[in-house]
Design a protein around this ligand. Sequence first.
Ligand code: KG4
Ligand code: ZN
Length: 341
Amino acid sequence: MILAIETSCDETSMAVMDEAGRVTAHRIYSQIADHQPYGGVVPEVASRCHVEALPPMLDEVLAGLGEPLPRIRGVAFTRGPGLATSLLTGMASARALAVRLGCPLAGVNHLHGHAVSVRMTEGGEVGALALPALILLVSGGHTLLLLEEEPTTYQVLGQTLDDAAGEALDKGAKLLGLGYPGGPEIEREAGRGDPAFVPFPRGMSRPDPNPARALCFSFSGLKTSLRTHLGRHPDQLTSHLPDLAASYQEAVVASLLLRVRDALDRYPGVRTLGCAGGVARNRRLRALLAEEARRRSLVLALTPPAYCADNAAMIAASAHLAGDWVDPVSGNVDVLPGWGL
Ligand code: KG4
Ligand code: ZN
């Protein structure tokens, strides 16, 4: 069995995965309430919360297994990208545990974990995927279009040139006077609103003429246009909040779909359309992706909502499928806060 630890940002999470790729234990402690008074994640607060949450969580996970400790054959942890001080807490815990158990250690790329999560089933099993797959990875810090031709090897086809989709939702929510994190708040308001109320611009509605950027995204203009709109119509914050939220959410989601369609046109051999990351919880985005997959007769692989936000099950899955196992004492497992995919 693999024990995995995720502490890249504001979620402390642990998971155990058995030899067959089944999640047998999973805990997530979300720090949202700890950061809410500040309107965003405070790195200092995050690392302190991890330090407090990790030991009792480990006790709980191990107790729940009802198995003796030595059955763990490897310890995985998130090596990057993420907040340096948060990553360090997970690395130190994982390393100490691996030394104590005399088992190898794997430093996992957080984005690889998100990408692999499209294979997870609702029941917590790592399944197979029909390849090639196009995967839209949308989180608070990243917006990536990935092509998976060989299992768990990802080619970055495009990414955002400025804000990530989740960041655009978080910043938009702030402008609308909604709470943090903004994505779920906007989705909740949008449920009662009219998405056609304000025709906010779709970021890069036409692809960048530079071929290297043809599949890239941009969200900073959208945020600015919301700010400008609110400057002109401040009264709408009270009279039309759901309509504004629905219009803004629609612009973010439609911008994502534009590039997904471009990528699918460009890679006609793709068999699976996947989506992962915190923003993949969004029901409007899931519905549009499902419609696109149906229209093109593609297999749909949306990460189950329980594994969209940061979690250790996806870190365990990444290590299970493609772990880079090293000796916990002599191996280089330094954290990599700016690690790309
Ligand atoms: O993957 P994630 O949990 O953390 C990062 O690795 O960044 O993603 C967090 C992002 C936040 O921007 C949050 O607002 C967004 O995911 N998010 C959502 C929803 N739930 C979380 N965005 C849209 N709709 C949601 N239901
Ligand atoms: Zn993440």
